[in-house]
Write a protein that binds this ligand. Structure first.
Ligand SMILES: [Zn+2]
Length: 400
């Protein structure tokens, strides 16, 4: 029999603390006895852990619950403002940063347009954003959660490659911790958003899902058995560069015919422009000629049933649907949610995605799969990055 050492005592205590926090975050208001029942820890252990958490302000008593015969039990909760998290979304064209409370409510948000800045300059924008949020914080800060485009090694907090920001092998988590003295986690934006959809979206809360961002790029985040799937190289869900067209157009990754060249915002604009140039009288032709065609113009033309826009958008939906069918086949996850700027093409685009996905899966399986838009009006990337930080620091998700 191995006697417990000090180290294992500490590990056990940390494990128990995380278990109690997670139970509190899932249950909302709950008594010590209920926590013991749910965690299967002894009541003495629970009382002990709770006392420690109350000392640091992470748990408070909030009156008495209904009595089940004897004395009504005292209820506990995590005060939402006990700690705040800095969440960052290093998004397309702008960086957003926010102070997020432990319920996932955004308490203060700042957006900074990038105006073409990349490399070191873009990194300076990140540091300034964090410093500004730290100055206005009204609660103790737990750390920094970052969602960024590109290939990210989440375990080490390193951005391997973010094309548009011109970042390569940037150890962002370490740089943030060194500069600001706070723990930091960094995740790919699609991955972070998947976690947020899993945690918050009505209808998908707590259900395994694939969340696909269809915007400037196309990427998926996969939540399997309640956990974000990272993959061996931290790039599980990198579906934007699956080839869908032989001899297709050149992609920004260097390959040819990737899903992104057709289904992303830029892909749709490029395809619509090519088609418009070949279609006499097409409303988009002039903008396509001048090289000024953008997503808003294609959206307006799509709403007006312009043939070039219609073809480009429906083909974008179908290409995405075929890749989704492949994911379904591999993962057998029944909930697929879509978000990002391209989802603004709405119901007809979504129908094209669904029809193609269902047409390319086993008939027995396709019916059980729901493909829908994320029903949540929030910055998913920022919330998901905050949730990751909370999980890493407290072992709990956001408690809304
Ligand atoms: Zn590619």
């Amino acid at each position: 029999v191995q006697l417990p050492t000090k180290a294992t005592h500490r590990q056990t205590r940390e494990h128990n603390t995380r278990l109690v926090l997670r139970t509190l975050s899932e249950a909302g208001r709950v008594s010590r006895a209920d926590i013991a029942r749910r965690t299967r820890l002894t009541r003495t252990t629970v009382s002990d852990v709770v006392a420690g958490l109350m000392d640091v302000g992470l748990v408070e008593e909030v009156g008495r619950g209904p009595s089940s015969g004897g004395k009504a039990p005292i209820l506990l909760r995590i005060p939402p403002d006990a700690r705040h998290v800095i969440g960052l979304d290093l998004g397309e064209g702008a960086f957003a940063g926010a102070l997020v409370d432990l319920r996932g409510d955004v308490r203060r948000e700042i957006r900074v347009p990038l105006e073409g800045r990349d490399g070191e300059e873009a990194l300076t924008v990140v540091h300034d954003l964090v410093a500004k949020l730290m100055r206005t914080a009204t609660s103790p800060l737990l750390g920094i959660g970052v969602g960024t485009p590109g290939i990210v090694d989440t375990r080490s907090g390193t951005i391997r490659w973010a094309v548009n920001l011109d970042w390569q092998d940037l150890p962002l988590a370490r740089l943030l911790t060194e500069r600001h003295g706070l723990p930091a986690v960094v995740a790919n934006d699609s991955r972070a958003a998947a976690l947020a959809a899993y945690t918050f979206a009505p209808g998908s809360r707590g259900r395994d899902l694939v969340a696909i961002k269809v915007g400037r790029g196309v990427g998926a985040g996969i939540v399997l058995r309640g956990e974000l799937l990272l993959g061996d190289g931290s790039s599980a869900g990198e579906i934007g560069h699956v080839r869908v067209v032989e001899d297709g157009r050149r992609c920004r990754c260097g390959n040819v015919g990737c899903l992104e060249t057709i289904a992303s915002a830029a892909g749709i604009v490029a395809v619509a422009g090519q088609l418009a140039a070949r279609t006499p009288g097409c409303t988009l032709a002039r903008a396509a000629d001048a090289g000024t065609l953008d997503l808003d113009q294609v959206r307006a033309a799509w709403a007006a049933d312009d043939p070039a826009a219609t073809t480009a958008v429906l083909e974008a939906g179908r290409a995405l649907g075929r890749v989704i069918a492949g994911l379904e086949g591999v993962l057998d996850i029944h909930r697929i949610v879509l978000h990002g700027s391209v989802t603004a093409f709405g119901a007809r685009w979504l129908e094209a995605v669904r029809a193609e996905a269902h047409g390319h899966t086993l008939p027995t399986r396709g019916n059980g799969v729901e493909i829908s838009l994320v029903d949540l009006d929030a910055d998913l990337v920022l919330l998901g990055a905050s949730a990751m930080l909370m999980t890493s620091q407290l072992g709990m998700g956001l408690a809304r």
